[in-house]
Design a protein around this ligand. Structure first.
Ligand SMILES: [Fe+2]
Length: 249
């Protein structure tokens, strides 16, 4: 009988290799992946993670990676892996262009702040951002507006092992950051199709939220996210996968 992680993998693989995104059955198939992924536990992937105090100190001093990646699978259909976000660390604001993502917490607690892009047509760049740009070399590039993505922010969610898998789509929650809460946290991440840095078709882009949060700011507020180079403070260690093997269905 297939292992729980193989069941998730084959369900996801079938959807993303055979069902056209946006077709009538797509959402039903995706729901099945979410139901199966929601049941996944750390034991199912033979995973446990602990950092000793020395490692934690090294992380704080910037000598150790804030995140660890365990590779399970990657081909042209999907990638699957486990991300660990170490204590007090985050995976900074980034996107998944034209991709779907399914994420299930298997250890600890993760806070997710996510955004959906909105059209910038007719929107005026806020004065404070214009001012900041004027005083930076960026203004020399004369492409201020094109360095920004306008987005609406979703309510922040805190996920534990008790919560179902969460989903991002090309249009909803596609830009997000993941923050560990009260210790290290780990989640299984399925991305389809995977990033493609070889052809440049789907490149991971990092962002900085330049909008000022005011006490009166509402959920409807448009956020101006500036595209930035990958932050130097963020990189990943890797760890070997010791769980059940995966096979293409
Ligand atoms: Fe992500």
């Amino acid at each position: 009988m297939a292992s729980p992680v193989q069941k998730v993998f084959q369900s996801a693989y079938r959807v993303f290799s055979r069902v056209t995104v946006g077709s009538s059955g797509f959402n039903d198939h995706l729901r099945e992946v979410i139901v199966l992924a929601s049941k996944l536990t750390a034991t199912d992937v033979n995973f446990s993670f602990h950092d000793d105090p020395t490692t934690q100190r090294e992380v704080e001093e910037g000598d150790r990676a804030p995140a660890v990646y365990v590779h399970l699978w990657e081909d042209r259909v999907l990638s699957m892996g486990i991300f660990v976000v170490r204590q007090g660390c985050r995976i900074p604001l980034h996107n998944h262009p034209n991709m779907h993502g399914v994420c299930k917490v298997i250890q600890g607690t993760v806070r997710v702040n996510s955004f959906s892009t909105v059209s910038s047509v007719g929107l005026e760049m806020p004065k404070n951002i214009k001012q900041d740009l004027k005083s930076s070399v960026l203004s020399l590039l004369k492409q201020e507006q094109s360095q920004f993505t306008t987005a609406s922010r979703h309510q922040s969610v805190t996920l534990t092992t008790d919560d179902p898998a969460c989903v991002l789509s090309p249009s909803v929650g596609n830009i997000h950051e993941m923050i560990s809460v009260d210790g290290p946290a780990a989640f299984i991440d399925i991305l389809a199709p995977p990033y493609d840095h070889t052809t440049g078709e789907r490149i991971c882009q990092y962002y900085m939220d330049c909008s000022e949060d005011t006490p009166t700011s509402s959920d409807n507020q448009v956020h101006w996210l500036r595209r930035i180079p990958a932050p130097h403070s963020f990189w990943c260690d890797s760890m070997e996968y010791n769980g059940p093997p995966l096979k293409i269905p």
